[in-house]
Design a protein around this ligand. Structure first.
Ligand code: HEC
Length: 164
């Protein structure tokens, strides 16, 4: 009699434990990430000024300086990327400008939902034009995109750059 009672108790405990496992399993299944859930939490670290000085300004200078016309006593000297590697380097700088536009649209860096978004988007679009120009190896397109890039810097600075 006593041992049967004991077996019964073990049976009940196993049953309860089993139900517990099923519940735990269902819970973790519910918490499992779905396909469209974010995989990483992105935390902005750099200040806007650091992004400007560390990424935007060098990339913009690389685009501005890649094509130029110098007039001197020796005549007119045209400068443009020549080798595949030089065109690729120009494309890389354009890509850095595009991505810095994305960085300006991240979290706490967004100053407002109006012109800040517009000017950041302008930087992205003008960077895309420079990237296309580099891929097409077109000097004229590089010049045109350079003007658009410069405009996007000026427009945003006019409204948002605090005097330092
Ligand atoms: C969406 C807005 C925005 C765009 C676009 C933008 N900037 Fe800026 N930039 C700022 C703000 C805001 C500051 C001031 C940051 C601070 O001092 O905290 C700044 C500061 C700078 C500085 C630092 C100046 C200093 O020494 O204090 C440089 C250099 C700069 N920007 C270059 C550029 C260039 C080059 C471009 C275009 C290719 C550009 N920025 C496009 C918003 C922008």
């Amino acid at each position: 009699m006593r041992s049967r009672h004991w077996f019964f108790l073990v049976g009940v405990l196993l049953y309860v434990a089993g139900v517990g496992f099923v519940i735990a399993g269902a819970r973790s299944a519910r918490r499992a990430p779905t396909a469209d859930a974010p995989v990483a939490v992105v935390t902005p670290i750099a200040t806007v000024k650091q992004i400007m000085k560390g990424i935007v300004a060098p990339a913009a200078m690389a685009v501005f300086n890649s094509v130029s016309t110098t007039v001197s006593v020796k005549g007119i000297e045209e400068k443009a990327p020549e080798t595949d590697a030089e065109w690729e380097a120009l494309g890389n700088s354009a890509a850095a400008l595009i991505e810095s536009g994305n960085l300006l649209l991240m979290g706490s860096r967004v100053v407002d939902k109006g012109d800040w978004l517009k000017y950041s988007q302008d930087l992205i679009e003008s960077g895309k034009a420079a990237l296309k120009a580099a891929q097409a190896k077109s000097t004229e397109q590089v010049l045109a995109s350079g003007e658009k890039i410069n405009e996007s810097c000026d427009n945003c600075h006019r409204k948002y750059q605090r005097s330092s």
